[in-house]
Design a protein around this ligand. Sequence first.
Ligand SMILES: NC(=O)c1ccc[n+]([C@@H]2O[C@H](COP(=O)([O-])OP(=O)(O)OC[C@H]3O[C@@H](n4cnc5c(N)ncnc54)[C@H](OP(=O)(O)O)[C@@H]3O)[C@@H](O)[C@H]2O)c1
Length: 323
Amino acid sequence: MRAVLVRQFGAPEVLTVAEAPDPEPGPDQVLVEVRLAGVGFGDTIVRSGRYPFPLPWIPGVEVAGRVVAVGAGVGAALLGRTVVATTAGQSGGYAERAVAPAAYTFPVPDGLDLAVALTVFQAGAVARGLLATMRLDPSDTVLITAAAGRIGSLLVQSAKAAGATVLGAASGAKLTAAAEFGADAVVDYTTGDWTERARALTGGRGVDLVLDSVGGAVAEAAFTLVADTGRIGLYGFASGRWPVVDLATLQLGQRGLTLTGPLGVVFRTSQARQRDDAEQALAAAAGSRLTPRIHATLPLNRADEAHRALADRRNIGAIVLSV
Ligand SMILES: NC(=O)c1ccc[n+]([C@@H]2O[C@H](COP(=O)([O-])OP(=O)(O)OC[C@H]3O[C@@H](n4cnc5c(N)ncnc54)[C@H](OP(=O)(O)O)[C@@H]3O)[C@@H](O)[C@H]2O)c1
């Protein structure tokens, strides 16, 4: 089969299409003929070599397509169905065929656009899981960074749907999009005085909850915006590093703050809970209550372009590869 086969880690140029062996579904797995593959920021981190996987490596953890074979222990009900699925082990999604655990394979609801289903089933489930882990309350004001990103834009929509007040933070060109996703107010964190403006937007009180995927200086600045007894959830470091957390400066103890790595919690919840979150995200998309934005759909042989767009912060919403 054709696949993006990474033989060495490095710049986006390492993403080249080559012939790779067809994967075969093992017990409790399905084989998906891939039509679309999701591109996550995490794919760019692994490709760069910062979290090396065994080589050669086919990137991509999310696929949409048709189930063409099932492994031992999987009933025939999924055969022939159009699904979205999380790929298994070394079987990446930037390929004509990929293997996925049956437990993380979801039939696409009737009438739901395939790219929309692909974009929400995992990212939307993550957004739901993050908000549940951080115990979002309708009375909360929540600061969401990368608010126009693939997951961030779904977080904004989900937090709004839960009744919270959302302060969306993003780089300048994306503020309009963050507001369109539903943020009550937006702030550009590429400008020097952004925390003062963010604080002013909360009437001086600060926020109850920070959900950050940027890390580094942005997260460190965001810490100063948390109100007493507030919560901080860190789930990514798109800027290249996790923030430095000085518990004394933060006055974590005196101020009763909570610092959590919520994605680690989400990934450790039961399979049933994670499945439910994915199904709820798909149902919300089918009901137009969750509306992801597809920034671009690119052919497999332009995966390098997709990674460059993510690294250069050009994406609003998700980038998808068509196979
Ligand atoms: N640990 C895990 O397993 C896991 C799983 C899923 C996702 N995540 C994390 O969740 C986060 C969101 O993922 P996503 O796929 O939805 O990506 P994304 O948010 O669509 O893209 C990353 C965004 O981060 C912001 N950013 C800030 N500084 C950046 C920099 N120096 N370089 C690049 N981007 C920068 C950009 O938005 P602005 O231009 O608005 O700043 C960019 O659009 C990522 O940090 C990802 O690693 C982690």
